[in-house]
Design a protein around this ligand. Structure first.
Ligand SMILES: [Ca+2]
Ligand SMILES: [Ca+2]
Length: 151
């Protein structure tokens, strides 16, 4: 099965929401990498109205489900760099991606932090993951509850 559909699982990253008009960070849902061979965080920009704002991307990980033990993901465990996934005010309607390799740390999170933003900024995100087992279900994989996987 080489098609994408049965080989990926998608999860909420950053839901579409009212515009952010200050420098409040966009914080993703925490991804659980158990049962996944890799994951990609996809950032979708809507309109970015500010004239000089920049948006930096930070990837963090840990062993605690709430990431109370968060540390920055080592660049070696990323596919592409956080700087390549970052953007500025001119990135209206553009899409960016940042890949995660299995690093030994189970939980992942992406934070997008605006600087100099006072205009309306719309930013959303999705986790696109590759489970160890296919086919995956739609809309949500039940892989993590599969009885043959370690708890
Ligand atoms: Ca813009
Ligand atoms: Ca500004």
């Amino acid at each position: 099965m080489r098609e994408l559909h049965d080989n990926i699982d998608v999860k909420r990253g950053i839901s579409p929401a009212a515009a952010t008009i200050d420098n409040t960070p966009f914080v993703s849902q925490i991804l659980d990498m158990q049962g996944l061979s890799s994951a990609e965080f996809v950032i979708l920009c809507g309109s970015l109205a500010d004239a000089d704002a920049t948006f930096t991307v930070l990837a963090e990980e840990g062993e605690n489900p709430a990431l109370t033990d968060n540390t920055a993901v080592d660049d070696r465990d990323l596919l592409g760099l956080e700087t390549q996934a970052g953007f500025d005010f001119s990135a209206d309607n553009k899409v960016f991606k940042l890949g995660f390799r299995p690093s030994g740390k189970r939980y992942k999170r992406v934070t997008i932090t605006p600087v100099n933003n006072t205009g309306n900024a719309f930013v959303a995100g999705v986790w696109v993951t590759r489970p160890l087992f296919a086919p995956t279900r739609n809309p949500r994989s039940e892989i993590s509850r599969a009885p043959w996987l370690p708890r």
